[in-house]
Every structure is written in structure tokens, then in C-alpha cells.
Design a protein around this ligand. Structure first.
Ligand code: ADP
Ligand code: GLC
Length: 478
């Protein structure tokens, strides 16, 4: 087996705010079958330290890592081979891993994740015990300073770096006055380095200095190079086009499996979904109706387009549709959804994060709506496919790459797996939801779509070899 180190700020099932955690948690299993052994470097947040308990052994330490003592503990936790960066001054605090009690980023986020990146580079250069990675797989801005630290530490370039962009909306900005504190070299602070409008931009550092770049779907890889999607970094990505690939995410097929899911009445064929639908309607206090029950499981942010869905709700409900929404995030959106539930008995809203309910929604719903303005990959439409819960998605990013839309040609050929709409506005989404009502009423077509959906491959079988090939190209280039 060859060795790689994956570096990230989240990893399921230990600490998760979104799909990044699922992917980081799933990669080691997916890559093991490709002969790559991954260890994952993760901050020692309270949730991680609690599960760790007294397990593990110290493999590295430093008295002064960006303002305090730090150590790395190696342990197998929840099935994942972890290197945990225990640095209480950076990570031992309650609440969100990114935000303080005031709902804003922790002011020392630049240091918190620069430390993670710095330690990753150190481990790559020095190794720990008998172990040293050939490749560093870095995820998002929190790990993106690693390649520049590596340049500073390595006498000659030995360890290959891959930066995966899960979401380009977050850059990891810091004022230039923090350059020294962040241990960054002055020579990199220019427009062709990590300078961005007079500030330090961690993600840009990775985009410029990592050996290879990837993102989580082929369509998003193309979109990233356009001004509408690149969030100010599209020019940097165009310059690195030759080194950028899109590799689709898979889902954990053991966690999301309707045949074994402990949260639901288990089923193999779409017909057996009915029991879950009835149970869900009872649980949510919805009336039994003939129209489709659509579910939403999402962070409530501008990205996800759920303000647009709010506008499309009245027409859908009028045609007999019902909606169950589970989500949390921006206060305005939470309020607006609660108001919709108050005024429309066909709409059920749960504000909060609830893993178990998310499984019951997926099993009991007829459709899952994902109206994102941009979506690097998206996982919930993949769960929908697996559970025979028809995805209604915006034509963007990974949503475009994973659904076969029910246009006339696809219906005639019997291959459709979902519905797609474009652009993301109330008119286009309402159109798709009305089409959903029509398809739902057409039993033979609906049954066919559900069967197609459940057969669509959503695991890692296709993508794991692509990551392995990328690692290979990095490992052997040294
Ligand atoms: P993103 O990473 O942008 O949030 P993804 O679709 O890739 O989008 O991943 C979201 C993940 O978070 C999925 O596993 C989804 O089920 C989960 N999720 C989002 N919101 C909630 C919630 N309120 N309760 C439970 N799970 C949630
Ligand atoms: C990001 C994206 C989402 C993607 C996930 C995992 O959070 O918003 O589309 O599925 O990362 O790669």
C-alpha cells in the first residue's frame, strides 16, 4: 500500500457541518481498494477529543504552534485512521467549529487553520515514527496554505500536493499584518501568489502552489473558470486549467442504504416506500393527499436557493403538492420558512440539524428538491436516487452531472431519473414542480423513474480509481 495524508477541517462521523465531512470520511475506505492508505489530519475539536478519550499515542509535539502548545495524536477513531492536532488554544472551544457565539467567524480562524496546514507540511517533510506520506490531499481553504509551507520547508520538491475545491465561496482571508504570525513568506505576497486585493487569501495560495487541483464534479470544474462561478478566483483557475479536474463525489452506501437503514421500514423496491411515506406523514402531522410529497434537507444559505423555493411553494401546493423541509442556517431564511409552515398546512418545517430525521425524510418522500444557485457536487440528490426519491434539481455543477432529466427523449427511452430546471428562479422551479405533479400522476412513467433512480450508481466505484490515478501522477512525479 502507498501512503497519503488527507488534511481537512471536518470528517464524518466525528465532526460535520456539510458534505465536506462526508467526503473526507469516505475517501480512506474508497482509496483503500485502490492500494492507497490514507490517514486524515483533523483539528482536535472538543467533539473529536471526547470520542478519542484516552486512546491513541502522541507522534509529534511543539511548544509554540501559533500561540500555544500542540501535539499530534495518532488513533483509529470511528473506523478512520486519524492524526488529531490537539492544540487547545486553537480548537478547545464550544459551539460551531467555524463561528463564535456572535455568529461571525472566530477572529483567529486564519491561525487555527494555518496551524493545521503548517503541521501537515511538517509531517510530510519529517515523517512521524516510521510513516511518511507520498501525497498530501488537501481540502478547501482550511488546508490550502500547506503547499506554500512545504516550499519553505523542503530542500527539493518531494511530496506531491492535490488541493480539492469543495466550495470556492470560502477563501480564508486575513489582513496582511498577520503575515508573520501565519508564518507566511513575504515573497508569496503578490498578485501571482496569495495576495488578493491587499489581503492574504489562503485558498488562492493553494490554487497557485498545489501541484494539482480537483473539484467535486466535471461541470463545476468548467463553471469555476467562469466569472459567474469563480467568486473572483476564476482567472487563477483559468491559468491552472491544465492541472484542474472534476471528480464526482460518491456517497457512503452503507450509511445510505434503504435495505439496511435502521431509521426506516427497509425496502428493496420502490413499491415498498409507501410504508415510509405513511409513517412520515403521520410523524410530521401532514394530511394524506394524492399529490407528491417533496422533501428538502439543507443548509439554509443563499447558495442553496431555498428562498426561490419559498416563492414557488404556493403554486405547487395548489396542485396538491406537500413539502417537508429540514434545515438550519441564516436567521432570515429560517424565519421565512417557519412563516410558510404557519400559513400553509401542506408545508412542514424542522429548523435544526437532525441526522435521523434526514433518513426518514429521504425514505418517506416522493421527491427531493435541490434548487441550488451553485452546487459543486451535492450529496442529497444522490441519497434521493438511492432511496427512489426523485430529485428535482437546478441545472448546475454536480446536480447537472448526476441526474438524467425527464425530457421527452429520456422518458421515451425510459432512462430518466429526475427533473432539472434552469435558471434558478421561481418561474422555472414552479414549472419543474408542476411537471413533478404530472409525472407523479402517471404511474407507469413514475415507477420507471423510481426504478432507474435506485439503479443509478452513486458510490465511489467510478471515482476512487480517478483519485488513485491522480495520486499516482503526483507520487511518481517526485
Ligand atoms: P453542502 O456540503 O454544501 O452542505 P451537500 O449536499 O454536499 O451540501 O451535503 C450536505 C450534507 O449535510 C448531507 O449529508 C445532508 O444530508 C446533510 N445535512 C444538511 N443539512 C442537514 C440537516 N439540517 N440535518 C441533517 N443533515 C443535514
Ligand atoms: C461542498 C459543496 C457540495 C459538495 C460538498 C462535498 O460543501 O457545497 O456541493 O457536495 O462540498 O464535496
Amino acid at each position: 500500500m502507498r501512503n497519503a495524508l488527507s488534511v481537512a477541517s471536518e470528517c464524518a462521523p466525528l465532526v460535520k457541518t456539510g458534505g465536506l465531512a462526508d467526503v473526507v470520511g469516505a475517501l480512506p475506505g474508497a482509496l483503500a481498494a485502490q492500494d492507497w492508505k490514507l490517514r486524515t489530519l483533523l483539528p482536535g475539536y472538543p467533539a473529536v477529543m471526547k470520542v478519542l478519550g484516552r486512546k491513541g499515542s502522541e507522534v509529534w509535539s511543539d511548544d509554540a504552534l501559533m500561540g500555544g502548545p500542540a501535539r499530534v495524536i495518532a488513533a483509529k477513531v470511528a473506523g478512520v485512521d486519524l492524526l488529531i492536532l490537539d492544540a487547545p488554544h486553537l480548537y478547545d472551544r464550544e459551539g460551531s467549529i467555524y463561528l463564535g457565539p456572535d455568529g461571525r467567524d472566530w477572529t483567529d480562524n486564519p491561525e487555527r487553520f494555518a496551524a493545521l496546514s503548517w503541521v501537515a507540511a511538517r509531517i510530510a517533510v519529517e515523517g512521524i515514527k516510521d510513516w511518511r506520506p507520498e501525497v498530501l490531499h488537501l481540502h478547501d481553504w482550511q488546508a490550502a496554505l500547506t503547499p506554500i509551507y512545504l516550499r519553505e520547508m523542503e530542500a527539493s520538491h518531494q511530496v506531491g500536493t492535490l488541493l480539492t475545491i469543495h466550495n470556492i465561496a470560502f477563501h480564508g482571508m486575513a489582513p496582511v499584518a498577520r503575515l508573520k504570525d501565519l508564518r507566511l513568506p513575504q515573497w508569496g505576497f503578490h498578485p501571482d501568489g496569495f495576495e488578493y486585493y491587499g489581503q492574504i487569501n489562503a485558498l488562492k495560495a493553494g490554487l497557485v502552489f498545489a501541484d494539482k487541483l480537483s473539484t467535486v464534479s466535471p461541470t463545476y470544474a468548467r463553471e469555476l473558470m467562469l466569472p459567474d462561478f469563480g467568486m473572483g478566483l476564476d482567472g487563477v483557475l483559468r491559468a491552472r486549467q491544465a492541472d484542474l479536474v472534476g471528480i464526482l463525489n460518491g456517497i457512503d452506501e452503507t450509511v445510505w442504504n434503504p435495505q439496511t437503514d435502521p431509521q426506516v421500514s427497509r425496502y428493496k423496491s420502490p413499491k415498498r416506500k409507501a410504508e415510509n411515506r405513511t409513517a412520515l406523514i403521520t410523524e410530521l402531522g401532514l394530511a394524506a393527499k394524492d399529490g407528491p410529497l417533496a422533501v428538502v434537507i439543507s443548509r439554509l444559505t443563499h447558495q442553496k436557493g431555498l428562498d426561490v423555493l419559498l416563492q414557488a411553494l404556493p403554486a405547487f401546493v395548489e396542485r396538491g403538492g406537500q413539502v417537508a423541509m429540514l434545515g438550519s442556517g441564516e436567521a432570515e431564511l429560517e424565519k421565512a420558512w417557519l412563516k410558510a409552515a404557519d400559513t400553509m398546512p401542506e408545508v412542514s418545517v424542522h429548523i435544526g440539524y437532525n441526522d435521523e430525521l434526514s433518513h426518514r425524510l429521504m425514505a418517506g418522500g416522493d421527491a427531493v428538491i435541490v434548487p441550488s444557485r451553485f452546487e459543486p457536487c451535492g450529496l442529497t440528490q444522490l441519497y434521493g436516487l438511492r432511496y427512489g426519491t426523485i430529485p428535482v434539481v437546478a441545472l448546475t455543477g454536480g446536480l447537472a452531472d448526476t441526474i438524467i432529466p425527464a425530457n421527452d427523449a429520456a422518458i421515451t427511452a425510459g432512462v430518466a431519473t429526475g427533473l432539472q430546471f434552469h435558471p434558478v428562479n421561481a418561474g422555472a422551479l414552479s414549472g419543474a414542480l408542476l411537471q413533478l405533479c404530472d409525472l407523479y400522476a402517471d404511474k407507469p412513467v413514475w415507477d420507471r423513474m423510481q426504478r432507474n433512480a435506485m439503479r443509478h450508481p452513486v458510490g465511489w466505484a467510478a471515482s476512487a480509481p480517478r483519485y488513485a490515478a491522480l495520486y499516482e501522477s503526483l507520487g511518481s512525479s517526485t
